[in-house]
Write a protein that binds this ligand. Structure first.
Ligand code: AMP
Length: 429
C-alpha cells in the first residue's frame, strides 16, 4: 500500500515510523514532513493547509490511504474532499471534527448527553462576558470557541485577568475568528489524563492511557505549550475510572453523534481531568495527541495499519490491540523561548549516538536537513521516547538519550513522568 501522512510534527514521525513497520506498507509519503520522516519515507513539499494539492497528489500517486495528523486540515474538511474523490483517508469529516474545532459545539453535545464536564456559560457579546466576571467565583477558565494552536485557553485567578483575556479574545481578536465566541467555565481541580479511542461510527477501541505535560517549565510552571513530554501508562488511571469513562463519556458521546446524524470515524481523544468525583472532560480532540502518540506507539505491538483501515470500514469491534507491558516516557526538546519567540537553524549533534541506545526512539518535530546536517526548524524540535520495565527505568533511559543530543539554546523539562515514580507520588507536577 502507498500511504500518505499529513503533518510535520513528532506525532507524524511516530505515525510514519509505526506504519513503515507494517508488512502491507510499500511506500510512505510525508507531507510536508521533517528530517526524521525523510528517513522512514519520502517527504513531499505540500503545506498542511493546501487541501487541493493533497487531493491532486493522492490521485496522481495512487495513494491507498491518507492519515491526517493535525486538527486544522480536518476542521477544514480534508476528509470530505478525499471521500468525494473516492480517496481513502483516516480522520473525521468536517462536521464530526467540530467536536474539537468548536468548544461550544462540544459543550452542547456534552450537555445534552449529560457527560461530566465543567459547568460553563457561552458568550458572543464581550460586554455580557465582562459583566458575568464581575460576580464570578475565581479562578475561572476562559476558552476561545475555535482552534487557536492550543493557546486559546486561559486560567484567570481574578477579575482583572479575566477582563483583559476577554478583551484580547473578543475585541482585539488575538485568535481571529476563533475568539468571536467564548466559553467561561469553572476551574476543576485534579490531574489530567489522555485516553485515545479508535472510533468507527458505531463502536470504539481504546488505546492505552497516557499523560502529557502541557506547561513549559518544571513543576508545571510557565505558559501552556503544545506538550513538553508524556508517559504511558498514566499513573492516575485504573479499571474503575475506565468503566466510569466508558459508561458516562464514551458511549454517550457516540450516542450524541448519532443523534446529530454525524458519523465520527477516526481518532477521538477526550482530554480528562480526574477529580475527587471521577473523570471530567476538559476537551475533545479529533486526532492523535502530540506528544502522547510518541509515547503510545512504541508500546503498540499490533500493526497500526489494519486498525486504521478497520476504523474507516466500520469494523473496529472485531479488532484488538496487543500492547507491550513496559512503560514509555517521552521527553520533548524545544528551542529556548518556545512557546514564545525562538531561534531556528541551530545544528543538532548526537542523534546517531542517541539512536543506538537500547529501547530508545527518536522522533523529530521541528527539524530539517540542510547541507547533510540536521538543524532546528521549529519550537518543539525532538521527542525522545524510551521504554523501560518501570516508569523510573524508562525515565532514566530517556534522559540518558537526551544527554547525548545537543543544539544551541535547547530547552527541556527535567521532571517528565517524575510524579509517577513511586518515591515522588503525591508531590506536585
Ligand atoms: P483544553 O485545550 O480545553 O484542554 O485546555 C488546555 C489546558 O487548560 C488543559 O490541559 C488544562 O490544563 C487546562 N484547563 C482547561 N479547562 C480547565 C478547567 N475547567 N479546569 C482546570 N483546568 C482546565
Amino acid at each position: 500500500m502507498k500511504i500518505l501522512v499529513i503533518g510535520s510534527g513528532g506525532r507524524e514521525h511516530a505515525l510514519a515510523w509505526k506504519l513503515r513497520q507494517s508488512p502491507q506498507a510499500e511506500r510512505i509519503f510525508c507531507a510536508p514532513g521533517n528530517a526524521g520522516t525523510s528517513e522512514v519515507g519520502e517527504n513531499v513539499a505540500i503545506s498542511v493547509n493546501d487541501l487541493e494539492a493533497f487531493v491532486r497528489f493522492a490521485k496522481e500517486n495512487r495513494v491507498d490511504l491518507t492519515v491526517v495528523g493535525p486538527d486544522d486540515p480536518l476542521a477544514a474538511g480534508i476528509v470530505d474532499l478525499f471521500t468525494a474523490e473516492k480517496l481513502r483517508a483516516f480522520g473525521p469529516t468536517k462536521s464530526a471534527a467540530r467536536i474539537e474545532a468548536s468548544k461550544i459545539f462540544a459543550k452542547e453535545l456534552m450537555r445534552t448527553q449529560e457527560i461530566p464536564t465543567a459547568e460553563a456559560r457561552t458568550f458572543s457579546d464581550s460586554g455580557e462576558a465582562l459583566r458575568y466576571c464581575e460576580r464570578a467565583k475565581f479562578p475561572v477558565v476562559i476558552k476561545a470557541d475555535g482552534l487557536a494552536l492550543g493557546k486559546g485557553v486561559a486560567i484567570a485567578n481574578d477579575a482583572a485577568t479575566a477582563q483583559s483575556t476577554i478583551d484580547e479574545m473578543m475585541n482585539q481578536r488575538r485568535f481571529g475568528d476563533a475568539g468571536r465566541r467564548i466559553i467561561i467555565e469553572e476551574f476543576l481541580q485534579g490531574t489530567e489524563c489522555s485516553i485515545h479511542a479508535l472510533v468507527d461510527g458505531k463502536n470504539y477501541l481504546l488505546l492505552q492511557s497516557a499523560r502529557d505535560h502541557k506547561r513549559a517549565l518544571d513543576g508545571d510552571r510557565g505558559p501552556n505549550t503544545g506538550g513538553m513530554g508524556a508517559f504511558s501508562p498514566a499513573n492516575n488511571w485504573n479499571s474503575k475510572l475506565q468503566s466510569q469513562f466508558e459508561k458516562e463519556i464514551m458511549r454517550p458521546v457516540l450516542r450524541g453523534f448519532l443523534q446529530e446524524r454525524i458519523q465520527f470515524r477516526g481518532l477521538l481523544y477526550p482530554g480528562l481531568i480526574i477529580t475527587s468525583e471521577g473523570a471530567r472532560v476538559l476537551e475533545f480532540n479529533c486526532r492523535f495527541g502530540d506528544p502522547e502518540t510518541q509515547a503510545l506507539l512504541p508500546r503498540m505491538k499490533s500493526d497500526l495499519l489494519p486498525l486504521l483501515e478497520a476504523t474507516i470500514d466500520g469494523r473496529i469491534d472485531r479488532c484488538a490491540i496487543e500492547w507491550d507491558t513496559r512503560a514509555a516516557v517521552t521527553v520533548v526538546l524545544a528551542s529556548a523561548g518556545y512557546p514564545g519567540k525562538y531561534e531556528t537553524g541551530e545544528a543538532i549533534s548526537g542523534l546517531e549516538e542517541a539512536a543506538k541506545l537500547k529501547d530508545v526512539q527518536i522522533f523529530h518535530a521541528g527539524t530539517k536537513r540542510a547541507n547533510g546536517e540536521v538543524a532546528t526548524a521549529g519550537g518543539r524540535v525532538l521527542a525522545i521516547t524510551a521504554l523501560g520495565l518501570t516508569i523510573e527505568d524508562a525515565r532514566e533511559r530517556a534522559y540518558d538519550a537526551v544527554s547525548s543530543i545537543h543544539f544551541e539554546n535547547c530547552h527541556y523539562r527535567r521532571d517528565i513522568a517524575l510524579s509517577a515514580v513511586p518515591a515522588n507520588i503525591g508531590k506536585s507536577s
